[in-house]
Design a protein around this ligand. Structure first.
Ligand code: MG
Length: 255
């Protein structure tokens, strides 16, 4: 069932979403050649707990990290590790969330490690713009399929593919609520968007095939063909005036 939030509940969610975004950008600031994904996870954990929030990914379905940190051809759910050392030219997708008083925020961003190739830069740029287009389609009166269609059209016209196996979702008391928010779809299909709906819109974009596989650790999701993958996500509330991004920093961090 889709939970429609009151304006009071949206105000409650806002702080969790702000801290989630700030933690994500703090993690991004720690991205550099030689850093491990474990180091970055620690920065994100510290930011969240020092600001009175809870790392809501940690332990969810048994996930061991604070953030999912996914390098190059890893799409999502990379487990932070001292063995994963970032090197110049990598791209690293960080997905994290924070909870305050039981309300959740969820967001993701793909960062360059040092200077990256034009090829790597382009998939990040296209994915970030795909998220912007998905958010722009999240207008009251539209339907879930309008979001996915906007994302898919932009991604495919740029020669990339959208991951089908994993999708965005409602956010609220639970990190993952109804409805599912696919990054593909048909305009005019799916649940209608109404004010008070809170959605995590999160295109996962692959350079080549959309097909992914899960590694034997049970978490790490990679492209089957070794192509790069990027991931951007915001938690967004539908209002009568249009979509509003809740995962925005209270301070200017560049995110
Ligand atoms: Mg999400």
């Amino acid at each position: 069932m889709i939970q429609i939030k009151t304006s009071y509940e949206i105000d409650q969610m806002r702080l969790a979403c702000q801290i989630s975004q700030e933690a994500l950008m703090a993690g991004g600031a720690a991205v550099k050649p030689g850093a491990t994904t474990w180091d970055i996870d620690k920065v994100i954990y510290d930011y969240i707990v020092h600001h009175g929030a809870k790392p809501n990914f940690k332990g969810l379905y048994g996930f061991p990290g604070t953030a999912c940190i996914s390098v190059n051809d890893v799409v999502i759910h990379g487990i932070p590790s001292k063995k994963v050392v970032l090197k110049e030219g990598d791209i690293v997708s960080i997905d994290t969330g924070a909870a305050v008083r039981g309300w959740n925020g969820d967001n993701a961003y793909t960062f360059p490690v040092g200077t990256v190739s034009p090829r790597a830069q382009r998939i990040m740029d296209v994915t970030r713009e795909a998220l912007a287009r998905g958010i722009a389609a999240a207008q009251p009166g539209n339907r879930i399929g309008d979001i996915g269609a906007a994302v898919q059209q932009y991604v495919e016209e740029n020669g990339y593919s959208v991951v089908r196996t994993y999708v965005g979702h409602g956010v609220g008391r639970q990190l993952h609520e109804d409805p599912e928010v696919p990054n593909f779809g048909t305009p005019g299909r799916g649940p209608r968007l109404v004010p008070g709906m809170v959605l995590a819109i999160e295109p996962m974009v692959n350079e080549k095939s959309h097909v992914v596989e899960t590694l034997s650790d049970g978490w790490t999701v990679k492209t089957v063909d070794g192509g790069l993958s990027a991931h951007f996500e915001h938690t967004v509330v539908i209002t009568s005036k249009g979509p509003v991004i809740l995962t925005q920093s209270r301070v200017k961090t560049g995110g």
